[in-house]
Design a protein around this ligand. Sequence first.
Ligand SMILES: NC(=O)c1ccc[n+]([C@@H]2O[C@H](COP(=O)([O-])OP(=O)(O)OC[C@H]3O[C@@H](n4cnc5c(N)ncnc54)[C@H](OP(=O)(O)O)[C@@H]3O)[C@@H](O)[C@H]2O)c1
Length: 201
Amino acid sequence: MTIFSNLAMSLDGKIAPADRSFFPLGTKEDRRRMLALRNTCDALIMGAETLRSYQKACNAPDKMITNVIISSKMDRVDPTWPFFSSPKIRRILAVQNPDKERFPTCEWLEYQGPQALLTALASQGLKNILIEGGGALMWDFAPFIDTFHVTITPRILGGTKAPTLVDGLGFSKDTSLNLQLQDIIQNEDELYLTYKRLRSI
Ligand SMILES: NC(=O)c1ccc[n+]([C@@H]2O[C@H](COP(=O)([O-])OP(=O)(O)OC[C@H]3O[C@@H](n4cnc5c(N)ncnc54)[C@H](OP(=O)(O)O)[C@@H]3O)[C@@H](O)[C@H]2O)c1
């Protein structure tokens, strides 16, 4: 199983403004690279807040991929959003308290944490998993990610309430995840970084 993430952030580490409105931070080249990465996954996972801001399917150009949404109970999610009718994706809602009748175009899994979800997806043959954020979801999945793709964009967003690459409770100096830089590409004022997770043996 391979688990990788891809997010764009401002120089100060924010992935969206504090109001969580949809704001594509990267250039067309960043989007091209995002679509190329999606072509290598079987499923991508995102948090419900990311769905609330984007409302559309996250599809790949050359294949049908599965979009997995994680939520406690899918509040403030409208079944008329384009996400729920796109023919380009398969949809799985990983939810603690499902209200199945509201979302008839979706399949369901009971969300019992990242490890159980990844195991359930693998049992369906979904083994290349792309984590697309946001920061709350990244906190849950960061310990499982092998490769972090991060685009640094030439902006400052600021805001103590703006989501960052990884939010949640935070690691301590003893538990922080250690990474190794594998690749760095510059495109104009944007940097594409690839970090591999270093795991102790
Ligand atoms: N720049 C980028 O590359 C990028 C990428 C992705 C997203 N974004 C932006 O980031 C923002 C969203 O990020 P975010 O950190 O606020 O939210 P998020 O991670 O997208 O979603 C958080 C939500 O996921 C659900 N969730 C997370 N962990 C859960 C758990 N253990 N159990 C049950 N549900 C859980 C909850 O949904 P419920 O509230 O339904 O319970 C929670 O409110 C948006 O503005 C989006 O546009 C930017």
